[in-house]
Design a protein around this ligand. Structure first.
Ligand code: SF4
Length: 736
């Protein structure tokens, strides 16, 4: 193996990194498929240069560049602790399990890497003991074991994790609640607060099977990361009862503190060279630090933010405040459990506390019902429903908040009573004191939300599944994100396949608050002219026309008949997706898969393994989905993916930009839609051997002035308006 300087001296990192990617370098020597790529080399040099000089780099690396290795190599050779943040847990696991072992072998440089995920991914031994009821949770691996690559999350979960999407459950509570795999959104729309399973004894036979699996796993796992258990469904009903949540954590007072998986995860991270997190945890950590609640992720001099185009959205979730049915339910449930454990000598305060909890449950139910009733008839709600994408959010004006102030005041009073009742329990155990603290935090958040006075926030109702949320979200997170990057890291690289619009990083600089960032733009390594055909039908009606879905269905049938299925059909609204599905079903001899019929990962697995299948899906499939090869030979997009101006956050951002004298449509809505469109189209080519058809059914590309901006941003594939060209493309015509 060619010699590599294990620890480059000052100024030598860029040089050392460049050598790794050369034709005679160690990657070529150990990776059979490796071939030097100009884009990858340029990106690796730019990352190394940023690590050496400090500052922020924006790096757009088009598909096929090999950007992951381009930043991992400088990260390893820097000999500093480097934070890698990804948009998804899947990419975290891919880096840890696939990319880093390759590099360890190729570079021959020792390093330690570990993954950190949100607390909700880990088993809480203390809660598990209480749940199984005998206090005899099985022992597990030795505490303090030094975790190296591959030891965390060595297996992939098979099914979809459905996040209940409650990252803003209060400042501290929200800090690590970002990925609560077990707290799945129940089907249907039952918004009433419901009793939760409290102990293993209450489980049905089906759940007991999973409990047995978990008990067996708990004996041997070293990480406690539920991703190790392939068989667990994403919506395991009782996972929320045994997961390591912030709200229930007793910290150093916990009898299982020494064995605690979360503690050990942090210890591993503190000893690692590469710490791999996701944007949710990154923002959760920043939120915790912002409010002086400590920290989660160890300090890292360098950072790489992959899939950086998602960062604004995630930060928006984490720097807000929220109260929800979930948050109250959990407080009541944990309060009841803690009251049971209060000293027998405190029977009177204990009884008072249980009465208070019942009262809280009642007034909270009335409050959330009143909150939901702010919705009917509101013009924003109707607009949002028509737009389809954001039909479960409603902006709340000061007047709307005033209508629920009375009901909210009763909840605030009940929370104060709960806090008082906890304080009255002499010598209260830590579980009970934690309930008191949570009541205080919940009360403070509710008071803030009901006041509705902070002009930097937008206030809104969100109904998702059976959950009801009252939220306040910052309208502009650019200064928060910019400060986070500058203050926490000497050097930070923000990278994605889609950061620039028409070669300019102006939009992303503004959104992420990094005006001073250096930039590098690397074109896709794919030969779009040879590998792809862009089909733009001429006769589609305007998307607002009543017959749009019917005409779209006809076009989709015509296209798919020529591609023999093998397609993603991506929609901007659930309503259109469902209507088109109804119209297409039965007209094609190919298996149709519909988002919502099965968990996301299961749908993708079926798509990959079912010949000629077609998947109809909405926003969550526009990015982060990787299907290489012939299984995906066509991507059809129904409409230009403008974020709905009826969405409270989008609406507030448009208003803020307009107030500031800026062109909200041209400077915000259009660039955002272009980047989203490119993400969707980017699903088609994932490998140099891939070929396929991109189709955009929205005629506004031609009929509206802004359409030219979209056209100019599209990949350099050959364009056609003729269906016959699709046949020729797949038929091996010499023209293609
Ligand atoms: S320290 Fe917290 S997360 Fe860890 S086992 Fe105890 S209660 Fe659970």
């Amino acid at each position: 193996m060619p010699g590599i300087p294990a620890v480059p001296g000052p100024g030598r990192l860029t040089e050392s990194v460049a050598a790794i990617f050369e034709l005679a370098g160690p990657l070529a020597a150990s990776l059979p498929e490796f071939e030097p790529r100009a884009g990858q080399q340029a990106m690796a040099r730019a990352v190394a240069d940023t690590f050496e000089r400090g500052g922020i780099l924006l790096a757009e690396a088009g598909t096929g560049t090999g950007k992951t290795l381009a930043y991992l190599v400088p990260a390893i050779l820097s000999r500093q602790r480097v934070l890698i943040s990804t948009g998804t847990k899947n990419l975290q696991e891919q880096i840890l399990e696939k990319d880093l072992p390759l590099l360890e072998h190729a570079l021959g440089v020792p390093f330690v890497a570990t993954c950190m995920k949100g607390r909700g991914n880990y088993l809480c031994l203390h809660r598990f003991d209480a749940f199984v009821g005998d206090g005899a949770a099985a022992p597990h691996g030795e505490p303090g074991v030094r975790m190296t690559r591959g030891a965390s999350g060595g297996h992939r979960a098979r099914a979809l994790r459905q996040d209940r999407g409650d990252p803003g459950r209060g400042r501290q509570a929200g800090a690590e609640a970002e990925t609560q795999p077990g707290a799945a959104v129940a089907a249907g729309r039952h918004r009433a607060m419901r009793p939760l399973a409290r102990t293993a004894a209450a489980l049905d036979g089906h759940s007991r099977i999973y409990l047995t699996l978990i008990e067996e796993w708990a004996r041997r796992t070293e990480t406690g990361d539920r991703a190790e258990v392939d068989e667990l469904p994403e919506d395991l009903p009782f996972w929320g009862e045994i997961a390591a949540t912030t709200e229930n954590c007793l910290g150093s007072q916990c009898p299982r503190f020494d064995d605690c998986f979360v503690t050990r995860m942090r210890q591993r991270a503190a000893a690692a060279d590469l710490v791999i997190v996701n944007h949710h945890l990154l923002c959760a950590d920043a939120s915790v630090r912002q409010h002086s609640f400590g920290s989660v992720i160890p300090d890292c001099a360098m950072a790489v933010i992959d899939e950086a185009h998602q960062l604004e959205d995630v930060a928006t979730q984490y720097f807000g405040r929220a109260v929800s049915t979930y948050r109250v339910e959990e407080l009541v449930r944990d309060g009841e459990r803690a009251a049971l454990g209060a000293p027998a000598t405190a029977s009177e305060p204990r009884a008072a506390m249980r009465t208070t909890l019942r009262s809280l449950e009642e007034v909270a139910r009335a409050f959330f019902t009143a909150l939901v009733w702010t919705r009917p008839g509101a013009p924003q709600a109707r607009g949002a429903t028509e737009a389809g994408l954001f039909d479960e959010r409603l902006r709340l004006t000061a007047d709307a908040l005033a209508t629920i102030a009375g009901a909210g005041a009763l909840v605030i009073d009940a929370l104060a009573s709960l806090d008082t009742a906890v304080a009255a329990v002499g010598d209260a155990p830590e579980d009970l004191r934690a309930v008191g603290r949570r009541a205080q935090e919940l009360r403070a958040d509710l008071e803030f939300l009901l006041a509705g006075e902070d002009e930097d926030f937008v206030y809104f109702l969100e109904v998702r599944g059976r959950g009801v949320f009252l939220r306040a979200t910052p309208i502009d997170v650019s200064s928060i994100v910019g400060t986070l990057l500058r203050e926490r890291h000497r050097a930070a690289v923000l990278t994605s396949a889609t950061l620039a619009v028409h070669g300019s990083f102006e939009y992303i600089r503004a959104r992420l608050g990094v005006p001073e960032a250096r930039e590098v733009l690397l074109a896709s390594e794919f030969d779009y002219a040879a590998q792809a055909l862009l089909y733009l039908p001429r006769l589609m009606p305007d998307p607002r026309a009543a017959d749009f879905a019917a005409r779209a269905a006809d076009e989709i049938v015509a296209i798919l008949s020529r591609t023999e299925g093998r397609a993603f059909v991506l929609f901007t609204s659930h309503a259109t997706m469902r209507e088109v599905h109804g119209r297409v079903a039965g007209r094609l001899p190919y298996p149709l898969l519909l988002q919502g019929d099965a968990p996301r990962t299961l749908l993708l697995e079926r798509f990959r393994t079912t010949p000629n299948s077609v998947l109809l899906a909405t926003s969550s499939f526009w990015q982060g989905v990787d299907v290489a090869g012939e299984a995906l030979s066509c991507v059809i997009i129904d409409k230009l993916p403008f974020a709905s101006p009826a969405d409270p956050i989008v609406q507030a951002r448009i208003e803020a930009l307009t107030r500031a004298g800026e062109d909200a449509f041209g400077g915000y809505q259009v660039p955002l839609a272009i980047l989203t469109l490119l993400q969707g189209l980017g699903r088609l080519l994932r490998h140099r051997a891939d070929r396929g058809v991109l189709a955009i059914l929205d005629p506004r590309l031609r009929t509206m002035g802004y359409g030219r901006r979209f056209l100019a941003a599209l990949p350099p594939a050959r364009r056609t308006h003729a269906l016959a060209d699709i046949e020729r493309f797949f038929g091996g015509s010499s023209e293609f």
